[in-house]
Design a protein around this ligand. Sequence first.
Ligand code: ADP
Ligand code: ASP
Ligand code: MG
Length: 463
Amino acid sequence: MFHQKSSQQLPSQHTSITVAKFGGTSVADFQAMLRCAHIIKNDSKNRLVAVSASAGVTNYLVRLSQEKISIEEQADIIEKIRAIQLNITQHLANDVEQALNTEIAILLDLLSINALKQSQQHSVKQGDSILAFGEQLSSRIFAQVLQSIGVNGAYFNVQQVMKTNSLYGKAVVDIEQLASACTELVLPKLLNQVLVTQGFIGQDGLGETTTLGRGGSDYSAALLAEALNAKSLSIWTDVVGIFTTDPRITEKARAIKEISFGEAAEMATFGAKILHPATLIPAMRQNIPVFVGSSKEPEKGGTQIKQAVESNPTYRSIALRREQILVTVKSPAMLHASGFLAQVFGILAKHELSVDLITTSEISVALTFDNPSGSTQALLTSTVVQELEQLCEVTVEHGLSLVAVIGNGLNCAKGIGQSIFQTINDINIRLICHGASANNLCFLVDDKDANNVVEKLHRELFI
Ligand code: ADP
Ligand code: ASP
Ligand code: MG
């Protein structure tokens, strides 16, 4: 799905460049932006900054891009977005504030026009243009916050370089083009400026705005780091690094000092929200170490993600992904027959659906799909199910959570099954996947049991 590229097309390593990404809470208000600006100022290697939308803004924009929304609600949401941004700009010098507010007003007018049009003719394509406003606003403002503390920050429109296909809502980036465009348009500017650009968004060949999927700013930053052959990538967020599990689930979760690319990639893939699932792919391709830390408490350090780490424990972390769909396809024709699975996967591939877990028996196959609620697209549509029903009996179950135990050598260590399943022997396990990967053991439980399962397992495996 992601293009491969040969390393000889890359610029030689620009040892001095760090790409920094600030997430939504890091740019939520003026104080938060100011803290981030000081992080940039304190380390002159930080030359390119990719920002998310201020916290809450993308969710408002998602609501605006939905079909059933009244004119009153649209107006109300636009006012809320305006208030979030103006609350920040009011702390800047008068002339800067005025100039920014004019820009914000123009953008928000455009948004209300778009939103009105959109309510009459809904499409994911228009949704992407609406979603992009969040990052467009926050990046303009953050460049000015940098300037206000004496850093030569400048706004840069990422759409000049982040060219994608037209898969709106989850566009695929042309990384060859990104590398050459960055060399031409970004690199020269980094000599004397700190560029502030947008995470999450891109532009297709038709000139239309695209997005890389919710939480995609991490991935944008990693792609930019790769394209610039940066020395490092820093992901600044609201926690002091990657934890042994989501600290919102258990306060016993603790920060991990260093973790390998492979383990961190497994965590991201299996739902550790701290990193977008694709973030580590560009970093691994180019061997760019990634730091994850808190913009609120930069002095506390964080997690280093790199190729080789000192310890490779059997259990590293537990990730959780909610709202999974389990599809069971069953056909007596599968018994001793060949080609059935190819047909099933042919349908899924046609609809660009990616399967996470899979288990098989003589005449049936169980498959799981991610179904994130913030997604702008329905993934497993009724059309897909109907097409599968032409082939076989199909059962679809919702309300499941995927628990992934992540570590090293999990496919061959003794006693794994007992340690894990004995701990949660009062819970109904709906499906288990073990053996294919040395780095994970995954299973499905009911959504309502998920926190309890993670909490119990964490206590057993990490304390
Ligand atoms: P940002 O807006 O900075 O991108 P996110 O909300 O996307 O931040 O990701 C940070 C959040 O990820 C944390 O607040 C935490 O609740 C959640 N999270 C999930 N799993 C983990 C984990 N293993 N370690 C740390 N944080 C995690
Ligand atoms: N603003 C986008 C989102 O909320 C992208 C990001 O924050 O990474 O999904
Ligand atoms: Mg995020």
